[in-house]
Design a binder for this molecule. Structure first.
Ligand code: FE2
Ligand code: FE2
Length: 358
């Protein structure tokens, strides 16, 4: 694998919302993410496409939603994403999130010690499973930095279901209410994305060849140790790149397929540095026998799409031109933006969308 076809990590994740104003209230109002773009689905201009992220919408921090209220509720399964984890710096800040979320009426489980990080879990208003995971201690606690993913293991300190004191864990929280998100609580984009497959060995070949991802951890689902849990990431043999860990639970061969719909992930996008890299990447995918879409202009980046062996929809998106290409950097997300070819229809399009109250 030449480094040219090793992605730097995630560009964005796109999920399905049934109600854009409610999604905005949750992700911006409760989780404190920035709304960096309000636009419509370019393939379905009657529906919102909201982009959240850090102040600039940097790749790796971007979480986006299609609003498709008419779709049925989805459910996780083979070929789909199980959950999205956002990063936080410390266990103390994580407990503040637990307190803030529970005070807002959002049930939270954990914190669980996952060995390489600690995790709390909750769901967004559409049922999308979310996690907030600590940055550390990291993947090198049980293997040398230059030899990750060698052994099948449970990390030190792992808390296995049945052995852990759930009551004690549930009682752990921050002692004071957290009405304001303090700087230490800032969510640092995509920590990892966990999906479901029936064949982890086949996936290893696929993700190595298609995206240059390396297997960095072979473990078990601590909440169901009969299920394998493998981690891939952008890893050069020395360091795991931030915002790049893609994990899969290994389900039995005839495991239930995912049901796409509300509360589920629509696709996962990885980074390519430039449009030239993306074109070369497209040729590389085609020559590997992978069907891939033509390049699509998404205004803020260029995209190509393909699927993994279980049917999970993947995208490679260019880093540029970015979200400041049609709004001032300090005023991202303030108003509905449309690509030039939809501008003539602005009145009709905007009139059909529920006001966001931005
Ligand atoms: Fe996770
Ligand atoms: Fe996308």
């Amino acid at each position: 694998m030449t480094p040219r076809f090793r992605t730097a990590g995630f560009h964005h994740i796109t999920m399905v919302s049934s109600n854009a104003p409610r999604t905005l209230a949750f992700y911006r109002g409760i989780l404190g993410l920035g709304l960096v773009k309000q636009t419509v689905n370019f393939d379905d201009p009657g529906s919102y496409h909201l982009y959240f992220g850090d102040a600039t919408g940097a790749p790796g921090t971007i979480v986006t939603f299609f609003e498709w209220g008419g779709l049925p509720q989805g459910s996780p399964g083979v070929g789909g994403v199980h959950h999205l984890a956002l990063g936080v710096a410390t266990p103390e800040a994580q407990l503040k999130w637990k307190r803030r979320l529970t005070d807002a009426g959002v049930p939270v489980s954990g914190p669980y010690n996952r060995g390489w990080f600690r995790s709390i879990y909750f769901a967004d208003p559409d049922g999308q499973i979310l996690e907030i995971a600590t940055k550390g201690p990291g993947y090198t606690v049980d293997e040398p930095a230059d030899a990750l993913g060698q052994k099948e293991l449970l990390p030190p300190g792992a808390e296995i279901v049945g052995d852990r004191d759930e009551r004690l864990i549930q009682a752990l929280t921050h002692p004071e209410p957290v009405p304001v998100i303090t700087p230490d609580m800032a969510l640092d984009g995509i920590h990892h994305i966990s999906a479901i497959s029936t064949d982890l060995v086949r996936l290893d070949e696929f993700y190595a060849s298609a995206l240059g991802l390396a297997l960095v951890k072979k473990s078990f689902n601590q909440d169901n140790p009969s299920v394998k849990h493998w981690f891939w990431a952008s890893y050069d043999g020395q360091e795991v790149a931030p915002h790049s860990a893609l994990t899969f639970f290994g389900w039995p061969p005839r495991g239930r397929p995912t049901r796409p719909g509300v509360g589920q992930t629509h696709h996962i996008a990885f980074r390519a540095p430039t449009a030239d890299d993306q074109l070369a990447w497209r040729e590389h995918l085609l020559s590997s026998g992978i069907q891939v879409s033509p390049v699509m202009d998404r205004t803020y980046f260029q995209s190509i799409y393909f699927r993994d062996p279980d049917g999970l929809l993947l995208e490679i998106a260019t880093d540029g031109p970015g979200f400041a290409s049609d709004e001032a950097p300090g005023a991202l997300g303030r108003e509905l933006r449309l690509p030039a070819w939809l501008e003539p229809d602005r009145e009709r399009i905007a009139g059909a969308l529920a006001p966001l109250g931005v």
